[in-house]
Design a protein around this ligand. Structure first.
Ligand code: HEM
Length: 423
C-alpha cells in the first residue's frame, strides 16, 4: 500500500537499507508522494555518495547526495552543462517531447546565452522592484487571510498557497489578475505526468500547453510594438538579447517563469504550516517572537527543499568521489539530500527555526543558475507570516497532506487545515 502509512514507510526503509547498493534507485516518484524516500538518501550518503543507477523509466543516471559533491557539480558549469536539460525525464516523456518543435529556456542553457537571457528578466526581482511589490503583496495576503473560514475545514493549498503566488506571478507577467489561476493550472499541467495532478493524458497536456502558449503569444504581440513596460513579457519582447528568439524559446522561458515563480513558493508556504504543526515547540517560539519569521522562512525552505534535484550532463570525463563520470552522463544533484547532510548541517532532520545560520541550505542551488527569484520567494513567505501571526493564534493541520507525485517538485497537492479562532 503506497499511501504514506507507517507500514509502507517502514517497508520502504527496510528495502532502502537491504538492497544491494547497485539496485538503489532514488528517483521513484511514488516514494516522494508517500514521503518514504528519506532512507534511500541516508543510505546513499553513507554507502555510495556518488551513485550510478540504470533505470527502466529514466535510463542511466548518477546521483550526487552529499553537500560538498553537489557544490562541486553545481559550481562547475564548464564540466556540468545544463544545455541538455535540468530534470530527469522519463523515456516516455522524451519520446513525447520529440514529436513537437522544441525551445529552450535559459535555465537549460550554458553561457553565454544563459547569462544574457537571465540578465533580461532579473530586473523584475531587483531589490527596488521587491520594495515596490511589498505593499501589494501585504495587502493581498491580508485579504486572502481575512476571507478564510473560521472553525471550518478547508484546503490551505487551494485557498492560500496557490492564491498568493498566482497573484504575485500575474503581477510579474502583467497577466490579467482575473485569469491568474490559469497560471497555477498551467504550472500543474507542465509539472505533472499524465495520470497525476490535473494532467489526464499526453494529449491533454499538449492541449493545455498550446492554450498557454497561445495566450502568451497574444501578450507578446500586444507588447512587442508598444512602449517597453516593466513586466516579464515586455522585457523578453523588447530586450535585444531575446526579442529575435524563435517563439518556441519565448514559450520555454514562460514555462520556466511560471513553474519557478509558482510551484516552489507555493509548496514552501504549505510546508511552513505543515512543519510548524509537526513541531509545535517551534510554532510556540514563533508566536512568542515574530522576529524569528525570516529565519523560520529559511529553515522551511531548507527543510522542505521544494525542488528535490537539478540535473546536469557531463561535458567530459570527470572524477568525483572515486568514481568516473563519463562524458555525456546525466548527473543529478539531489538538493533534498544535501540539505540533510549531517556532516554539514547539525541535526539536519530537525526543523529548528532559530538555527545559527538559517540561510545555510542548497534549496536555491549554487553557481550561475542559482535561483533568480530567491528573494521574492522569501519576501512572500515573510509577509504572509507577518500577516498570519496577528490574526490567528493557530492554523491546525487536520490530516496528512496529499503530496505531489514527482521526484522533482517536492510539495503538496492538498492540505486540510482548520483555524479554530481569530486573535
Ligand atoms: C522557495 C522558492 C524557490 C525555490 C526553492 C527555487 C529553487 C530554484 C532552483 C533549485 C533553481 C536552480 C538552481 C541551480 O541550478 O543551481 C532555480 C532557478 C530559477 N528560479 Fe527559482 N526557486 C524558488 C522561487 C523562485 C521564484 C519566486 C522565481 C520567479 C520569480 C524563480 C525563478 C527561477 C528562475 C528564472 C531560475 C533559473 C535561473 C538560471 O538558470 O539562471 N524561482 N530556482
Amino acid at each position: 500500500m503506497d499511501d504514506g502509512s507507517l507500514d509502507f514507510k517502514a517497508a520502504a526503509a527496510a528495502q532502502a537499507w537491504s538492497l544491494p547498493i547497485e539496485a538503489v534507485n532514488p528517483a521513484q516518484a511514488h516514494l516522494f508522494a508517500a514521503d518514504a524516500f528519506w532512507p534511500i538518501f541516508e543510505r546513499l550518503r553513507k554507502d555510495d555518495p556518488v551513485h550510478f543507477y540504470d533505470s527502466d523509466t529514466y535510463g542511466p543516471y548518477w546521483s550526487i547526495t552529499k553537500w560538498d559533491d553537489i557544490m562541486a557539480v553545481d559550481s562547475n558549469h564548464q564540466v556540468f552543462s545544463s544545455a541538455d536539460g535540468i530534470v530527469l525525464q522519463t523515456l516516455e516523456s522524451k519520446i513525447e517531447q520529440e514529436k513537437r518543435p522544441r525551445g529552450s529556456s535559459f535555465i537549460a542553457m550554458d553561457p553565454p546565452q544563459h547569462d544574457v537571457q537571465r540578465k533580461t528578466v532579473s530586473p523584475v526581482v531587483a531589490p527596488s522592484n521587491l520594495a515596490a511589490l511589498t505593499p501589494l503583496i501585504r495587502e493581498r495576503a491580508g485579504e486572502i487571510l481575512d476571507g478564510l473560514p473560521i472553525g471550518e475545514e478547508f484546503d490551505w493549498v487551494e485557498h492560500v498557497s496557490k492564491e498568493l503566488t498566482a497573484m504575485t506571478l500575474a503581477t510579474l507577467f502583467d497577466f490579467p489578475q482575473e485569469d491568474r489561476r490559469l497560471l497555477t493550472h498551467w504550472s500543474d499541467m507542465f509539472t505533472n505526468a499524465p495520470g497525476h495532478g490535473p494532467a489526464k493524458s499526453w494529449e491533454h497536456k499538449r492541449e493545455q500547453a498550446d492554450a498557454c502558449f497561445a495566450r502568451f503569444t497574444e501578450l507578446w504581440n500586444e507588447r512587442v510594438n508598444a512602449p517597453p513596460k516593466f513586466d516579464l513579457v515586455s522585457m523578453l519582447a523588447h530586450s535585444p538579447e531575446t526579442r529575435n528568439l524563435p517563439m518556441v524559446d519565448f514559450h520555454s522561458n514562460v514555462v520556466l517563469l511560471i513553474i519557478g515563480g509558482n510551484d516552489t513558493t507555493r509548496n514552501t508556504i504549505s510546508g511552513s504550516v505543515y512543519a510548524l504543526n509537526k513541531n509545535p515547540g517551534e510554532y510556540d517560539k514563533l508566536r512568542a517572537n515574530p522576529a524569528l519569521i525570516p529565519a523560520m522562512v529559511s529553515e522551511t525552505i531548507r527543510w522542505q527543499t521544494p525542488l528535490a534535484h537539478m540535473r546536469r550532463t557531463a561535458t567530459q570525463d570527470y572524477e568525483l568521489g572515486g568514481k568516473t563520470i563519463k562524458k555525456g552522463d546525466k548527473v543529478l544533484m539531489w538538493y533534498v539530500s544535501g540539505n540533510r547532510d549531517e556532516e554539514v548541517i547539525e541535526n539536519p532532520n530537525a526543523y529548528i527555526i532559530d538555527r545559527e545560520r538559517p540561510r545555510q541550505h542548497m534549496s536555491f542551488g549554487f553557481g550561475i543558475h542559482r535561483c533568480v527569484g530567491n528573494r521574492l520567494a522569501e519576501l512572500q513567505l515573510k509577509i504572509l507570516w507577518e500577516e498570519i501571526l496577528p490574526r490567528f493564534p493557530q492554523i491546525k493541520v487536520v490530516e496528512e497532506p496529499r503530496r505531489v507525485h514527482s521526484n522533482f517538485v517536492k510539495g503538496y497537492e492538498q492540505m486540510k487545515v482548520i483555524i479554530p479562532a481569530r486573535n
